[in-house]
Structures are given as C-alpha cells and as structure tokens.
Design a protein around this ligand. Structure first.
Ligand code: FES
Length: 323
C-alpha cells in the first residue's frame, strides 16, 4: 500500500554525520542528469531499505539541480525508517524517491518571514533561509535544539552570509540565550509570516503561543514530521460507504479505513500512513470524521468535508466517501 509515486532513481553520493544521531545524505540522479526543480519547503518520499516509505525535507538550496540533500534523525523508537537510513544506506547505493512535493511553501507576498526550527525540523527551514537570502527577502530564523552537539548544520549556517539573521538556542545553554516565545510572538505584524517545523511539543508550543497572541491562521505555516501515537483502546467500529458504487465496508476496531478498504479491494494511495503527508486525503460527503491527523488546519478539520483515512476514524456510524 505504501508507495513512492513518480519514482526517480538516485544514487547516494555522500553521507555525513551532521550531529549526534543526525546523518545527511546527498542524492544525485542515477543516470547523471539534472534533478527535477524544487521549491523551499519541499520534501521527497524515500523508499527506505526494508520496505517503508518516509518523507524527508530537502535542505539544500532550491536553485541546485545536481543534488538533493536530506538529513535524518535516528529515532530510538524507529519502526525501521530512520534506522534503515542510518544503518543500511551507504555511499554508492541506489534509492527510489518521489518527485519533490511541497505542502510547506513560502508565502511570497510576505513582507517578513519568521522561521522557527526545532531539532531536525531545521531541514525545510534551512532551505527556506537559503532561498530567502538568495532573493534578498527579509527574514529571521531561530533554531532550537537540545545541545550544540545535537545541532545539525551549525557550521554551514555560521559560514552563510545570512548568519547574522540566525539565532541558535540550546536547551542546555544559559538562560539568556533561550528562546522566549511569548515575547517573540507577542505582536503579529501584518505581512509577517511564521513558519515552524520540529517535534510536536515544539510546534504545539509555537502555534499555541502564536494563536493566543492573535496571529491569523493564514500567517502560520507548519509541517509535522510524525503524528503522535494515540490510545486506540476506545476505538469504535463504523462503516464507510463508497459514493460511486454504494458499497459499504465495515471498519473494525484497530483497523484503519485504508486497510479496511484495501481488504475490500479498494485502494487509496498512501505514503506516510501517519496522517502527516496528505497523500490519502479523501472527500467526505456525509458523516462526521474523527480527525487524528497532523495535516489539516483547524478550519479544515472543522469543515468535516475531508479526512485522512490512513489514521482518522468516524464519530458517526457511517461516513460516505467521495470515491
Ligand atoms: S498517507 Fe500520509 S496522511 Fe495518509
């Protein structure tokens, strides 16, 4: 069910340790040609050895066509994605990846961009900083990590001409260098757009602080890496109806809509299977979904006319899907 759409064959041209538990990979086209263009904030799906597909943001400058660069944090709770990249992918290996996709684009009409990165969330943010610096746009970047040893790309940032626009904040550092979100976000200026990527706790803190300070949703841009594990013991069985055929499929406890439909011969394209990437987005014609994704905005969730069937369920006894 998991797949890489529009597959490209690439070769691993370089692999570097960037920080404790963080490796970067430089990917070049296996046939030696230029890679498809991408914009800041884009990610690729990577078919990881072992059969999983994972999304990684591109972190090199978007005007480069000779390589894609990604960086991967080793997750101690890895289901095989990050461990597969760290332990099984070597220089010279061939990988299958998707064309770049962008669900986290820069707002090019913004007057100022405020970039906030937490840990490995620096990858798309760094790409944005490179792009904004290249086009002479106004921006500031804050980069929060647990410690300097866990901070990827510090040397690259220090050598960049936009280095004065970047402040690093280390959890184990002095109080004076810590990021004070409430002060930073206290006054949303019209024309300023905020971008945040990082672990869920960091993103929740940034987005909640921004919303409390009355930032408009249109000014907030974010990308989650993975949805939080949730308790499934209370899940109830429900039905989904396929609008085009009238077929009804039962989704039992502990089974996803995608899996229940697959068992009935109805395939929905998926990628992350964690409610993060948006690949499986499906329109809902009737019924009330129970959203468990990290992809839809609060307004999109409230509209209840679409959901992510790889992870979301139903509050009503039946959902009618536009399939
Ligand atoms: S497959 Fe990624 S959100 Fe469903």
């Amino acid at each position: 069910m998991t797949s890489v759409e529009g597959a490209l064959k690439v070769r691993v041209a370089a692999k570097h340790d960037e920080a404790v538990d963080i490796c970067s990979f430089e990917l070049v086209r296996a046939d030696g040609g230029p890679l498809p263009a991408f914009s800041a904030g884009s990610h690729i799906d990577v078919a990881v050895p072992g059969g999983l597909t994972r999304q990684y943001s591109l972190c090199n400058a978007p005007d480069e066509s000779h390589r894609y660069q990604i960086a991967v944090l080793r997750d101690p709770k890895s289901r095989g994605g990050s461990a597969g990249m760290h332990d099984r992918v070597r220089i010279g290996d061939e990988l299958t990846i998707s064309y770049p996709k962008n669900h986290f684009a820069l707002a090019h009409d913004a007057r100022h961009h405020l970039l906030l990165a937490g840990g490995i969330g620096v990858t798309p943010i760094l790409c944005m900083a490179e792009r904004l610096a290249a086009i002479g746009a106004s921006f500031d970047m804050h980069y929060c990590t647990r410690s300097r040893a866990r901070t990827a790309f510090v040397d690259r940032i220090a050598l960049a001409r936009y280095a004065p626009r970047v402040q690093c904040h280390f959890d184990d550092g002095a109080h004076s260098q810590k990021l004070h979100l409430a002060a930073l976000l206290a006054r949303p200026e019209p024309g300023t757009h905020l971008y945040v990527c990082g672990p869920k706790g960091f993103m929740d803190a940034v987005l909640n602080t921004a919303r409390e300070a009355s930032w408009a949703d249109a000014q907030l841009h974010y990308e989650f890496f993975a949805a939080e594990a949730r308790e499934t013991a209370g899940d109830e069985r429900f039905e989904v109806e396929i609008a085009s055929s009238g077929q009804v499929v039962v989704v039992g406890k502990g089974k996803s809509v995608v899996a229940a439909l697959a068992a009935a011969g109805i395939r929905i394209e998926t990628s992350c299977e964690q409610g993060v990437c948006g690949t499986c987005l499906t329109r809902v014609l009737t019924g009330e979904p129970e959203h468990f994704d990290a992809y839809l905005t609060p307004d999109e969730r409230a509209a209840n006319d679409q959901f992510l069937p790889c992870c979301s369920r139903s509050k009503s006894a039946r959902l009618v899907l536009d399939l």
